[in-house]
Design a protein around this ligand. Structure first.
Ligand code: HXC
Length: 532
């Protein structure tokens, strides 16, 4: 027999017992590694986390997601850094837990930074884990929820970590308007790290345990000589009351995560999925008699617009966004006949409901979110105009007010508007008027639509032409009779109907129902040039 034809020996078959032993070894190793990953930074650091009143990254996921729905990815990923003794400082998973699960049965992608592992700092590899989640969410069309608790870029890695951040930012931008993105800040979030949450749709913080700033108190002290605490520089109250950077603040992790579940229930999964629909026992034709007395007789007296919102939406379930910022305008989600609707409403209880810079920015961003995700808009109007004064003018109310106008004008979703009382001046135009493609525009009998309030109008038009207060009052009454009613606007067709307050819910429900098949689009463009 030649070499070429020489028969090679048969491979010896592995005995079944050896195979089983090997499999058992791998499974034991798997369990060991999983257990190691679950321990995070170890007992001491977990205790320290609990002592600060914070949950661990995995405990947070348990609160956020439906029981047993979490599937983890990349549990065995480790960093590749060898600087500063890092080769011997590895924890499987590398300080960030990622994967997907469900919230009330609906898919969500999650990442949760583990402060017990190197302070939750962002390494090249855990940035890759977060990017994988963002990429998956984009592929399948599902929201991304980030639970942030991190000392920022991993110092030992230098530019590798910085690059990781930028990879995340790029994906946040591409995902904007495609899938909802929610950032929950449950610990430190400092330096450039703040820009990922800032690029997402909603930011939720915890009081006393979370903060966000570009430069911390020490740097501030060195550069500007200001002495400020972390809380005062970038705590939850600061960002929900003063800057508007964060949308909502809660007292602890559990309260925050449970409210994220509630918010999530209102949101579409993606810009292609349509709004979620939740069956409701609340009849669409519910008549709400109490609304007939909501607006006071005296046009200068305030009333609480939130009462109207809560009496109109399904089961009184209104989820307000940014309740502590620019309180002169209310934004939030509710449902009508089970379908998610975005509500915008002037609030006469604060600054008489005037529009200003903060209110314009707040509402504009919300309207753009709703439009991006095909959530219909319902607007309640009671606005005496834009806020006058040097503060507003010098800080650019022209450009900021234009944002709100722009947002309403470009929105192609169904738009239903109800004027409850004042709709004066430019603010009448801006607040989802017929002229900005309002689909159905109603007014209550108490509506007053004019260039300005009767007193102001008379003082300008008839300046020096009335002899005493009585004559002035007569002119004011005359102006009010002419313009301070909905009839002039209705006679022009700028209002589709004047409705009784008690019928508001069913008139809106019916309008939204017929508008579900609305289909308009804006002219093609690469992108718009929103007045930033
Ligand atoms: C590596 C870090 C870390 C980081 C914290 N740790 N931050 N490791 N890189 N960025 C580690 C600590 O060494 C410590 O490890 C553990 O995490 C817990 O940190 P402590 O300081 O003990 O905790 P605490 O007292 O609660 O203070 C938390 C902190 C502080 C305020 C976040 O750690 C801190 O100031 N860290 C640095 C923050 C920072 O300047 N980051 C860079 C920002 S610039 P052990 O082993 O002891 O548990 C940035 C650029 C992004 O992020 C650019 C994007 C464009």
């Amino acid at each position: 027999m030649t070499t070429a034809t020489k028969k090679l020996p048969e491979p010896t078959a592995q005995p079944a017992a050896t195979k089983a032993m090997k499999a058992n070894t791998v499974i034991t190793e798997l369990e060991h590694r999983r257990e190691r990953a679950r321990q995070g930074g170890g007992v001491k650091r977990v205790e320290a986390q609990h002592e600060k009143g914070k949950l661990t990254s995995r405990e947070r996921i348990e609160v956020l997601l439906d029981p047993d729905s979490f599937e983890e990815y990349d549990m065995f990923v480790e960093h590749r850094c060898v600087n500063f003794g890092m080769a011997d400082n590895k924890v499987p998973g590398d300080g960030c837990v990622t994967g997907h699960g469900t919230i009330n049965g609906r898919l969500a992608f999650i990442y949760s930074q583990d402060f017990t592992v190197l302070g939750g700092s962002l390494s090249e590899t855990n940035a890759q884990k977060i990017c994988k989640i963002l990429d998956m969410a984009m592929k399948v069309g599902a929201p991304v929820i980030g639970l942030l608790d991190s000392g920022g870029a991993r110092i030992q890695e230098g530019v590798d970590a910085l690059g990781g951040f930028a990879e995340i930012f790029q994906r946040n931008v591409l995902a904007s308007g495609v899938v909802p993105q929610i950032s929950v800040i449950l610990g430190p979030c400092a330096g450039g790290a703040v820009y990922s949450p800032a690029l997402t749709d909603f930011i939720i913080m915890t009081r006393g345990t979370s903060y966000m700033f570009v430069t911390g108190p020490d740097v501030v002290k060195t550069v500007t000589h200001e002495i400020v605490s972390q809380e005062d520089l970038g705590g939850a109250d600061m960002h929900t009351h003063k800057t508007g950077v964060a949308d909502l603040a809660y007292d602890n992790d559990i309260a925050a995560l449970l409210q994220v579940r509630r918010l999530f229930n209102f949101l579409p999964l993606s810009n292609r999925s349509g709004v979620p629909v939740r069956p409701t026992p609340d009849p669409a034709d519910r008549v709400e008699m109490s609304l007939n007395t909501l607006v006071p007789e005296n046009a200068n007296k305030a009333y609480n617009m939130k009462e109207l919102l809560e009496r109109v939406v399904d089961e009184g379930d209104f989820f307000e966004i940014q309740p502590d910022y620019a309180k002169n305008i209310i934004i939030g989600f509710g449902r009508m006949e089970g379908h998610t609707v975005g509500f915008v409403a002037n609030q006469p209880m604060h600054m008489a409901g005037c529009l200003d810079i903060d209110a314009s920015r707040k509402a504009a961003r919300f309207i753009r979110f709703c439009d991006a995700f095909s959530i219909p808009l319902c607007t309640f109007v009671d606005v005496p105009g834009f806020m006058p004064g040097t503060n507003q003018e010098h800080n650019g109310v022209i450009k900021h007010g234009a944002k709100l106008l722009y947002a309403y004008a470009e929105a192609t979703v169904p738009k239903v508007t109800v004027i409850t009382r004042k709709a004066y001046g430019g603010a009448y135009d801006v607040m989802s008027s017929k002229h900005l493609r309002g689909d159905v525009n109603y007014a209550w009998p108490s509506a007053e639509i004019a260039v300005m309030g009767p007193k102001g109008a008379v003082e300008i038009v008839f300046r020096g032409k009335f002899k005493n207060e009585e004559e002035e009052q007569a002119l004011i009454d005359d102006y009010r009779a002419k313009f301070a009613s909905p009839f002039v606007a209705a006679s022009r067709g700028f209002l589709d109907d004047i409705i009784r307050p008690q019928n508001t819910r069913w008139r809106i429900c019916r309008s939204l129902s017929i508008l579900r098949s609305k289909n308009i689009s804006n002219p093609w463009k690469k992108h718009d040039n929103l007045p930033l």
